[in-house]
Design a protein around this ligand. Structure first.
Ligand code: SF4
Ligand code: SF4
Length: 415
């Protein structure tokens, strides 16, 4: 990145971001703070610092939650700096096994589907109990992955187009299905399609779309991230649509920032401008008069993902939408400004910090006395739900649109 030093120069080392940084909060170590990491990246970029395992560990332990960027008075683009810093590191060492695996699996939908089928067989055939009982998981280092895994749903290929329902139609949108979410969170995708079609929108689901590239961007592989962006650009190009709807904010945020990869690319700019988070979109459109919601006398806590809060700044919309349900008591999870520790693959690669941050969420959830937790990001949902399972707390974690679709009531002729 040619202007990395111009970005790092903007940091005046005031330290105002430090109280907002989760890793600094847990460690009180300057190397684990935004200011410290920017100084390390600056040193690496201008050749004053050599790459050491310590330096790399400080950059790896950043959650890329961007809470620091949100509060910085100098408008330092921390997200751009950390991604470029990690790319500098990646250029100086061979890719790790997990980076190689990531590149192979998440970029190939057929491999993802095969993986989901195998995992479902593993969970339902008794193989899982055998693997757990025999100690094989510990031996192969797979215990954490196994613990994070919720019941894997059956693989279902979505139609390429779902027509609008009813007579009051408004046009078409396209649905971004993501990589992990396309196999692990089909209930959210189905709920989104249901709500959009009921509201009078036809929904395109382009077959050739793929991973958003966020995992690659944050792990120092900007060329691969750019290639994935171009694949998605091709997949959605040519569709007559009002918006590209994302259900997972962890995908929606990078999609909305595709233009930063290449400012001059008008195609990427146009693509980014069309990206809308599902809650923001549904909260902005008129709903048909014959659509109502069945009452729900429950307290529902909202976990605000960092991508929705600190990057997209759209964390108010899930509350607006959920309050359409009569009787519901919607509360924000105390401490929502702090990351839950999921952060893409962070929950697997940095287990100690990820679990410490999740513990804060579990405690806040228990204190809130909520019977249900909603979040707009699949990564947060998987991580928090795994913590709840381990703690024996029976609280369901779902996307806001799943809850809305569950309570949906339609009077008159619609299907
Ligand atoms: S990133 Fe911003 S808030 Fe943090 S030390 Fe630098 S200038 Fe100050
Ligand atoms: S992105 Fe999050 S974890 Fe990383 S330095 Fe900023 S506040 Fe800290």
């Amino acid at each position: 990145m040619p202007n990395l030093l111009a970005h790092t120069d903007r940091c005046v080392k005031c330290g105002l971001c430090l109280p907002h940084c989760p890793t600094y909060g847990k460690t009180q170590n300057e190397g684990e703070s935004p200011r410290g990491r920017i100084a390390l990246i600056e040193g690496l970029a201008n050749g004053r610092l050599a790459l050491t395992p310590h330096l790399e560990a400080h950059l790896d332990s950043c959650l890329t939650c961007r809470a620091c960027e949100n509060v910085c008075p100098s408008e330092v683009q921390y997200g751009t700096i950390i991604d470029a810093g990690r790319a500098l590191v990646a250029a100086q060492r061979p890719p790790s096994a997990h980076e190689k695996l990531l590149n192979q699996v998440v970029t190939r939908p057929s491999l993802l589907r095969l993986g989901a089928r195998l995992l479902r067989f593993y969970q339902r055939s008794g193989l899982r109990s055998l693997a757990r009982g025999s100690g094989m998981l510990k031996l192969t280092g797979m215990s954490r992955f196994d613990a994070l895994l919720p019941p894997v749903p059956a693989v279902r290929i979505l139609q390429e187009y779902y027509p609008a329902l009813g007579t009051d139609t408004h046009g078409d949108v396209a649905l971004f299905t993501g990589c992990v979410a396309s196999v692990m969170d089909t209930q959210t995708l189905n709920a989104a399609i249901r709500l959009l079609t009921v509201c009078g929108y036809g929904v395109h689901v382009p077959r050739t779309q793929g991973c958003c590239g966020a995992l690659h961007m944050h792990s120092g592989a900007p060329q691969q991230a750019h290639a994935l962006a171009m694949r998605n650009l091709d997949a959605f190009n040519g569709l007559k649509i009002d918006a590209i709807i994302s259900t997972a904010s962890g995908c929606g945020a990078p999609l909305a920032e595709y233009h930063k990869m290449d400012d001059a690319d008008r195609g990427l700019n146009k693509f980014s401008k069309k990206v809308r988070d599902i809650s923001e979109f549904l909260a902005s459109i008129p709903w048909p008069e014959n659509v109502t919601f069945a009452p729900l006398e429950q307290r529902v806590a909202v976990h605000e993902s960092c991508s929705l809060r600190h990057v997209l700044h759209q964390h108010a919309h899930p509350y607006t939408l959920l309050r359409k349900i009569p009787g519901i008591d919607v509360v924000g999870l105390p401490g929502n400004a702090q990351c839950c520790g999921a952060a893409g693959t962070y929950m697997i690669t940095q287990p100690a910090m990820a679990d410490a941050l999740r513990q804060d969420k579990l405690a806040a959830l228990q204190n809130s006395a909520a019977q249900l937790l909603v979040t707009s990001n699949i990564g947060c949902a998987l991580h928090i739900a795994a913590g709840l399972r381990v703690a024996g707390q029976e609280i369901e974690v779902v996307h806001p649109v799943v809850l809305l679709a569950r309570q949906l009531q339609i009077s008159g002729g619609q299907a």
